[in-house]
Design a protein around this ligand. Structure first.
Ligand SMILES: *[C@@H]1O[C@H](CO)[C@@H](O)[C@H](O)[C@H]1NC(C)=O
Ligand SMILES: *[C@@H]1O[C@H](CO)[C@@H](O)[C@H](O)[C@H]1NC(C)=O
Ligand SMILES: *[C@@H]1O[C@H](CO)[C@@H](O)[C@H](O)[C@H]1NC(C)=O
Length: 515
């Protein structure tokens, strides 16, 4: 009896020590940036952890052990988010987009931190770990100090240089590709280009955004009560990035910078909603998915281009599923199905899908690759042109810019992708490569999150190089010191020699005199 009781108590102890309270913070307005982290949160909830997720896109169905806290965008920010959608579909240039993104990112972030539900949570609750969805949002690391727990940063995009900085990972612009320029040409012109792009990214993320984010941190986590912004950045236990070397190329990685690319791609696709399922099942000649992702809205595609696209679709024997953010689409051909939101990953997994017309957002490219679906890329902005060039180079996509869309060019692109077997063969092989790993993306991410929990923040992973400044990290101070020592030694030897030489000269003179 005693043994049994002991067993039960032990089981309870083990269960409670394995179940942790984890706070996810990602107040981003961009759904595609949030989805991979939500996938991780859900997976951790399935394994018994108690999850709280602060974000803009709560799950529509209840998930066990999982609580969403949504802080509404105020009217001003809703308008701005819409403007970003418009700007992206219309290929707005980066310099016009920047101030809007800045306002959304930091204005709305600042507002979120002061909202009643967050204040309440800070007052009343306790957490064992904070996981921050990263988009130059280091200010969220203040929560780790508030709850006195370790922190993990997660990036849904590629290796942003500011993330490297947190753990001290080498930048290596010489060998690896920047998200903005990803071709494999290592000639001098290409490397100069790459270097400039890296420099630009560094300036933006490490100086411009750094101070924006710091201001939000300092306001919400004032220095008289909290550790400093820089201290909290250096205190990050682990960085998870949603990339994988099969997509973004090999590069040096510290042990606490872990690639979990494809987190949002389910190992087994979820069943499709009934209407989509029948539409796809009945597509005898195959089907095409058309989507510009969650930020760029298809309804803002220039009207003349919309007309061309629909006309070309109407002549296809294939069916088309189109992401369209409105209930009506004037002139919608019979073979086209529209929907405001699509389970993109699950659709791409359907065997009848033959091609994906995409803006080449990072998430969509990974999902297409994992499911072996060739792409017609219509890149709009951000990293999309780089992503498009990369997959064209890999040989499983064709690129068509929005300005170049005509009836002829779009028809030709579709004909090429649908009838030339090369594209499907190549992406099929890529899919096999992307999946050949010791553990899938979800298991890898869960393992490392639990590793940080098991080892109280795992400070033994911390790379000492992360604490060095530029001069120290590149040994410039050491080289200067060695030169100074050599110079001083040289001077001293010269002085001594001069002295001895003088003495001996004097001595021999005296000898001469005596003789
Ligand atoms: C999960 O955490 C929340 C907030 O700390 C708490 O209110 C809730 O009771 C916890 N749920 C479980 C099942 O432990
Ligand atoms: C954050 O919000 C507060 C109060 O609304 C405001 O005083 C402060 O200037 C804001 N800080 C930043 C960096 O936006
Ligand atoms: C973070 O800071 C705390 C307090 O100084 C320290 O105990 C912990 O080891 C640090 N964690 C990491 C990963 O550096």
């Amino acid at each position: 009896m005693n043994k049994m009781l002991f067993g039960i108590i032990l089981a309870i102890l083990i269960a409670s020590s394995e179940c942790s309270r984890i706070l996810f913070m990602q107040p981003s307005f961009s759904k595609s940036h949030v989805m991979p982290l939500q996938a991780l949160a859900k997976e951790l909830a399935n394994r018994g952890h108690n999850i709280t997720f602060v974000g803009q896109f709560p799950f529509s169905k209840l998930v066990q052990n999982y609580r969403d806290i949504k802080v509404e965008l105020s009217a001003e920010y809703k308008e701005l988010a819409d403007e970003v959608g418009k700007g992206m579909a219309g290929s707005m240039n980066l310099f016009k987009m920047f101030p809007i993104l800045k306002k959304l990112n930091y204005g709305h972030g600042n507002e979120t931190l002061q909202s009643a539900p967050i204040r309440q949570m800070m007052k009343k609750e306790k957490f064992d770990l904070v996981i921050v969805g990263y988009f130059v949002t280091e200010y969220l690391l203040g929560f780790a100090d508030h709850f006195k727990c370790p922190s993990i940063m997660f990036s849904s995009g590629s290796h942003i240089s500011a993330l490297n900085k947190a753990v001290g990972n080498p930048l290596s612009p010489e060998g690896s590709q920047s998200p903005l320029s990803q071709t494999k040409d290592y000639g001098i012109v290409s490397r100069v280009q790459n270097f400039i792009i890296y420099g630009f990214e560094l300036l933006i993320t490490r100086i411009y955004f750094y101070y924006q984010s710091k201001a939000v941190y300092d306001y919400n986590f004032p220095p008289d009560r909290y550790r400093s912004y820089d201290e909290m950045i250096r205190n990050v236990s682990l960085v998870l990035v949603n990339t994988h070397f099969t997509s973004s190329g090999p590069r040096p990685l510290l042990p606490n910078l872990v690639e979990v690319g494809g987190l949002q791609v389910k190992p087994n696709p979820a069943p499709l909603p009934e209407d989509l399922k029948t539409f796809l099942d009945d597509a005898k000649d195959g089907a095409i998915l058309f989507s510009f992702g969650s930020n760029a809205k298809s309804i803002y595609i220039p009207e003349d281009k919309q007309k061309i696209i629909l006309k070309v679709f109407s002549k296809l024997k294939q069916r088309v599923i189109m992401k369209w953010e409105s209930d009506v689409l004037p002139g919608k051909p019979k073979n086209v199905l529209i929907s405001k939101w699509l389970p993109q990953d699950d659709i791409l997994a359907h065997p009848n899908i033959k091609a994906f017309i995409s803006h080449c957002g990072y998430g969509g490219v990974i999902e297409a690759k994992s499911n072996g679906v060739p792409i017609i890329g219509i890149p709009l902005g951000a990293d999309q042109k780089g992503n498009a060039d990369k997959i064209v180079e890999e040989g499983w996509a064709v690129r068509l810019d929005m300005t170049d869309i005509t009836e002829e060019s779009l028809t030709n692109a579709l004909k090429e992708i649908l009838s030339n077997p090369k594209y499907r063969d190549i992406v099929g092989k890529q899919a096999i490569l992307a999946k050949d790993r010791p553990m899938n993306a979800q298991d890898t991410a869960v393992y490392w999150v639990e590793y940080v929990l098991r080892h109280n923040g795992a400070p033994h992973l911390h790379y000492p190089g992360a604490d060095l400044n530029f001069f120290q990290a590149n040994s410039i101070d050491v080289i200067l010191f060695i030169f100074a020592v050599i110079y001083a030694a040289f001077k001293v030897i010269k002085l001594i020699c001069g002295f001895i030489f003088c003495r001996s000269k004097k001595g021999s003179n005296e000898k001469l005199k005596r003789n």
